[in-house]
Design a protein around this ligand. Structure first.
Ligand code: PLP
Length: 308
């Protein structure tokens, strides 16, 4: 296993290289303007089956291809090539632990912010453990003074590097004010999502999350939770607009995403969420999510791709 950063391998345009040898042109539009689209894909190690499972690869590639299309970039690689690239580079690193794999398609060359190519790509696996939740280990959030980008300016549906300036502003503001993270409202004044995560609240045993049109990313974790809640926990989800003040009187709330998994929120704008401790439904959703991604729910084996 290659633990140190210098000994890691990455995939760059079809070649597997030592990380220090994988160079990116400083004059490229990705370097100057954040002209890249990307996916963060999680792979989970199952110690019983001695297998590493990549989670919902096809859904990530579908979204990556949609980002490439909307960003009007050259679509250089097929899904099969992307899948083989990911498997090859994870194997090269001999990872037998939980990892996150960054897959970034970027505008290379010497053009400008409006260039369509040349397109390059890297695939970089990075060790990343699970978020384990304890009874009171939720986070404190504020509703941000920054508005979430909308489909009329920077579409939140395109997972493009430059969009993350919006997330950065909200996250930094929250931390400067003593909170752990932020919750965005959209240009309609309704709750949208977190910086790099989607949001659910629970009111009267019903899961509620903003609709896909509320300036949110088409989140794979959001879709996963809706499905698992319905079919495994028998909890329905309602996709509807959420008012800011509803967050102050909800029973439970959490952020979710491939990177953060399920993060309970115990306080919003100084209002205690529910009892102020991690809620029972949130805990159940966390546990069933971790079971699904780690290959412990056989009915969801179709979400997993074996690496070894
Ligand atoms: C802005 C934003 N919203 C939501 C999410 C959650 O999406 P997913 O569940 O597909 O990781 C992410 C994570 O990539 C994100 O960056």
């Amino acid at each position: 296993m290659n633990k140190s950063v210098e000994n890691r391998y990455v995939w760059l345009n079809g070649e597997i290289l030592h990380l220090p040898d994988a160079k990116i042109n400083v004059l490229s539009p990705t370097s100057q303007y954040g002209a890249n689209v990307f996916e963060g894909i999680r792979c989970y190690w199952n110690d019983e089956s001695k297998q590493l499972y990549a989670f919902r690869l096809d859904d990530h590639y579908k979204r990556l291809k949609n980002s490439i299309k909307m960003f009007r970039m050259e679509d250089r690689y097929s899904v099969d090539e992307l899948k083989c690239g990911l498997i090859d580079v994870v194997k090269a690193n001999e990872y037998k632990e939980d990892i996150a794999v960054r897959q970034t398609v970027f505008i290379d060359g010497f053009g400008t912010w409006s260039s369509r190519g040349p397109v390059s790509m890297f695939i970089a696996p990075i060790p990343k453990g699970r978020t384990l939740i304890k009874d009171d280990s939720g986070i404190r959030c504020c509703v941000s003074s920054w508005e979430r980008i909308s489909d009329r300016n920077f579409s939140p549906k395109i997972k493009v590097g430059a969009n993350y300036i919006n997330s950065r502003m909200a996250q930094m503001e929250a931390q400067e004010s003593g909170y752990d993270s932020a919750i965005f409202m959209n240009n309609q004044g309704k709750i949208a999502e977190g910086p790099g995560s989607c949001l659910f609240m629970i009111r009267d045993n019903v899961l509620v999350t903003p609709p896909c049109t509320a300036s949110v990313l088409d989140s794979i974790t959001r879709a996963t939770i809706i499905e698992l809640a319905k079919n495994v926990l028998h909890v329905e989800t309602v996709e509807r607009d959420i008012d800011r003040t509803e967050l102050y009187i909800c029973d439970e709330a959490f952020l979710c995403g491939s990177a953060v998994e399920i993060v309970p929120i115990i306080n919003i704008d100084g209002y205690k969420v529910g009892t102020g401790e991690v809620g029972a439904i949130t805990k159940k959703i966390h546990d069933v999510y971790i079971a699904a991604v780690a290959g412990q729910l056989h009915e969801y084996a179709h979400w997993l791709t074996e690496i070894y």
